[in-house]
Design a protein. Structure first.
Length: 185
């Protein structure tokens, strides 16, 4: 059985270290697991119940929901903005949490990883992202985690896919997601 993991990156910046970390997850995915890096979070309007009406859902939000519906699990890459989750990542979770109780996240395994400049690697934001995913109905794997500190210095001249710790630990997180999918099947 092949497992499809949808990767959502909470930074829109072209040179984002979290985006590069997601690229590393694609490259280092264990055999039998496909990590798909979602493009298009920048086009999704802020969640508003008034525009979340069947038949008139904005195309960008509908595309996200479709991609999420095809996923077996989710891997969110969370930078830390002012000590918490980024608006773009929170907005994606909001769209995926609806319709309430039956959104694309409901019951599916999810994990959060990331890197940030600070000494804790964005841990606060990752904890907030896990909380948000849990409230949204995902099966959050709290033990599947990776926080990489000092991103600006650490990845100044080294792509995360070439970092020894990333190459060792990120596939483990992806494998934990795959195992959770298999266990629930």
């Amino acid at each position: 059985m092949s497992v499809r993991v949808l990767a959502l990156v909470g930074s829109l910046r072209a040179g984002s270290h979290n985006r590069q970390l997601a690229e590393a997850a694609v490259k280092h995915a264990p055999e039998g697991v496909e990590v798909v890096l979602y493009e298009g979070l920048a086009e999704i309007p802020f969640y508003n119940e008034d525009i979340d009406v069947e038949g008139t859902v904005p195309a960008a939000a509908a595309a996200l929901r479709e991609a999420a519906g095809q996923a077996d699990a989710f891997l969110l890459f969370s930078p830390e903005y002012n000590g918490t989750i980024t608006a773009v990542l929170k907005n994606a979770v909001d769209w995926l949490s609806r319709p309430y109780g039956a959104g694309a996240l409901a019951g599916k395994p999810a994990a959060v990883v990331g890197t940030a400049y600070g000494q804790f690697g964005g841990l606060w934001a990752q904890d907030e992202t896990r909380k948000t995913l849990g409230v949204a109905g995902a099966n959050v794997l709290t033990e599947a985690a990776l926080s990489l500190p000092g991103s600006v210095v650490r990845f100044a001249e080294l792509h995360p896919q070439d970092d020894a710790e990333v190459a060792e630990k990120l596939p483990t997180v992806v494998a934990q997601l795959a195992a959770a999918v298999t266990a629930s099947a």
